[in-house]
Design a protein around this ligand. Structure first.
Ligand code: HEC
Length: 152
């Protein structure tokens, strides 16, 4: 009986360790920015899902998502990229630090477009306008990833 208990505890320990090692063992600032990016991704997904499946928009959902994305972008995003922080399994490109102005423009662009989407939702904009604003945010993700993220 005791033996069985110990093995269950061991399994629970492995599961907990697995959760702490999300993103393939990322640590420190690399893990922090992966977590921030994941949060950004989740918020984009919930708005995208709503736009796809519902005839109406949920302005609170859109405003909250815009706010959350904005809170992880701009300066908050930039400061998660200290020079040469490329520790595995980071997918960041070294070009970030040779083309820093462009990188930070994208980080600011993400914040501006996310806040734009938020304020449209708060003003009661229709689905078409919100979808266009969502498209703008998504275009920022894509541009920055194309330039500065190496898919491994
Ligand atoms: C300013 C540039 C920039 C912008 C804008 C940006 N990203 Fe990223 N993103 C990155 C970089 C660089 C990485 C790789 C980070 C690393 O692995 O160290 C990344 C990684 C990710 C990841 C993978 C995280 C992980 O767990 O490995 C997701 C998901 C993601 N971004 C989603 C988004 C979405 C969605 C948007 C737009 C709403 C967005 N990103 C906007 C630069 C950006």
């Amino acid at each position: 009986m005791l033996g069985k208990r110990i093995s269950l505890l061991a399994i629970a320990g492995v599961v907990a360790a697995g959760a702490a090692w999300a993103h393939g063992g990322a640590t420190g600032v690399v893990k922090e920015r992966m977590d921030a990016m994941s949060a950004i991704g989740k918020n984009m997904k919930s708005v995208g899902q709503m736009l796809k499946t519902s005839p109406d928009i949920d302005p609170v959902l859109v405003a909250n998502a815009g706010e959350a994305i904005a809170s992880h972008s701009g300066q908050a995003l930039i400061k998660l990229f200290p020079e040469d922080s490329l520790k595995a399994p980071s997918e960041a490109s070294p070009a970030i630090w040779t083309d820093w102005n462009k990188f930070s423009d994208y980080a600011d662009g993400l914040q501006a477009s996310a806040l734009g989407m938020k304020s449209l939702a708060e003003q009661g904009a229709d689905k078409k306008s919100v979808a266009a604003a969502f498209g703008k945010v998504a275009a920022t993700c894509k541009s920055c990833h194309e330039a500065f993220r190496i898919k491994k």
